[in-house]
Design a protein around this ligand. Structure first.
Ligand SMILES: Cc1cc2nc3c(=O)[nH]c(=O)nc-3n(C[C@H](O)[C@H](O)[C@H](O)COP(=O)(O)OP(=O)(O)OC[C@H]3O[C@@H](n4cnc5c(N)ncnc54)[C@H](O)[C@@H]3O)c2cc1C
Length: 393
């Protein structure tokens, strides 16, 4: 017998992870994804520390993730001539296991697809919360009723907008924008990454799984931009203007950016909400506590999916109690992980030459022998700062 029907909006990372756990806990999940298929884009994402690894292990996906891991070695800060200034160890940038976001999304979908209904190319249009269920209309499909609705539809969540209000109330901008895209591996990087920074802007390039291909990242400091999140041509024009005249590899990266069919461009920021549930609707992953880059969004999404499904099962139909316990368990953990997003802008692109020099000196010290073990511990401590509850099978 089913514990109830749950509609999950978004088949990125949090959505398939939750669908997997809901089906294991006796629920009947349906996942609706706006894109016509799983979205392949994005940089490498990482998992670090025992909390992340335990959840992936219990899902039975850790081996598949290890088979596809990037095996990145180090990440170096370089000057304009390409000379290494500081070398950061793999644990800093790539955690315990790093994987391309597209590979991870596919592995999680594989794990969930036989136990959940997946609907691609559609989106929730409206939600009406009633005492007995949520009436949902879709942009394309027929209206349906579900016991619960989960918004796992990313930083710009439709479910959050419908159930809680406009995103401007919750999205805190951290003063930088980030873009990622694929580029040719002109520098012949072999499981390595490089960062070149100038005050207020930075370019990074890394190559791991496919020797001919690299992933590029551009980051720049800015006031909030009045841009259309879906207008890729506009994003490309903004990037071309902001990175004009920058040296090192940047002219070649801008050329790759112009050609790129899958540019990821977003503000660096975090979602800040007092509550992530209302009535029969709850938020998971970036939709509820996203932190863009540096906010450990991927590990957080997978861990919180485990907790949400577990609490729903334990509550035996009392969704209010389940949502309260879910929020109480993850609030502090999510906040701590999100803090990283605040610092990521000044890590890549410190605002002045003096701060750039200070950054380099600080990381040189942190990666030196006496401090390196402490440094490695420090970069995994937020990700491990949750005692995982054990839920009955
Ligand atoms: C294409 C892409 C590239 C990314 N690249 C990076 C990166 O390079 N570095 C980084 O740190 N983070 C990146 N992220 C964010 C990262 O994946 C998340 O921080 C993290 O994995 C949490 O996952 P999530 O499932 O909550 O959100 P996401 O991974 O963002 O997934 C949300 C999903 O919801 C879908 N969706 C959105 N709106 C609707 C709607 N109205 N109806 C139905 N579905 C909807 C999206 O298409 C997406 O599949 C990227 C996200 C995407 C979608």
């Amino acid at each position: 017998m089913s514990n109830g029907t749950v509609l999950v909006s978004g088949a990125g990372i949090a959505g398939p992870a939750l669908a997997y756990w809901l089906s294991r806990r006796g629920f009947t999940p349906t996942v609706v994804e706006r894109a016509p298929a799983l979205r392949a884009g994005g940089n490498a994402v990482d998992f670090r520390g025992p909390t992340h690894l335990r959840v992936l292990g219990e899902m039975g996906v850790l081996d598949a993730i290890r088979q596809h891991q990037t095996h990145m070695r180090d990440l170096a800060m370089v000057d304009e001539a390409g000379r290494r200034l500081v070398t950061l160890p793999a644990a800093f940038a790539s955690g315990d296991v790093e994987i391309e976001r597209g590979d991870l999304s596919r592995i999680l979908h594989e794990a969930a697809k036989d136990a959940a209904e997946f609907v691609f190319g559609d989106s929730i249009a409206s939600l009406t919360d009633t005492p007995d269920g949520v009436d949902v209309t879709f942009e394309r499909g027929r209206p349906r009723r579900f016991d619960l609705v989960v918004g796992a539809d990313g930083l710009h969540s439709r479910v959050r907008a419908l159930a809680f209000g406009d995103e401007s109330r919750f999205l805190r901008f951290h003063g930088h924008y980030v873009a990622t895209f694929a580029a040719p591996n002109h520098l012949g990087l072999d499981h390595q990454g490089l960062i070149f920074s100038e005050p207020g802007r930075a370019a990074s390039v890394a190559s791991a799984r496919r020797p001919e291909e690299a992933t590029a990242l551009l980051m720049f400091a800015s006031r909030p931009l009045d841009h259309d999140p879906r207008d890729v041509a506009q994003h490309k024009a903004i990037l071309a203007e902001r990175f004009a005249g920058m040296g090192w590899e940047v002219p070649r990266l801008l050329e790759a950016m112009r050609q790129s069919p899958s540019l990821y461009f977003d503000a660096v920021g975090r979602i800040d909400m007092d509550r992530t549930s209302r009535g029969r609707v709850v938020l998971l992953g970036d939709a509820g506590y996203g932190g863009t880059l540096g906010g450990q969004g991927t590990g957080l999404a997978v861990v919180c999916a485990y907790v949400l499904a577990g609490e729903l099962a334990v509550a035996k139909g009392d969704h209010r109690a389940a949502f309260q316990r879910y929020e109480a368990r993850i609030r502090r953990y999510a906040r701590r992980c999100q803090q990283g997003a605040k610092r990521v802008g000044s890590f890549f692109a410190p605002p002045t030459r003096v701060q750039l020099a200070l950054r380099n000196a600080m990381y040189r010290a942190l990666t030196s022998r006496p401090l390196s073990r402490w440094f490695e511990k420090m970069v995994t401590s937020a990700a491990s700062d949750l005692v995982l509850p054990v839920y009955p099978a």
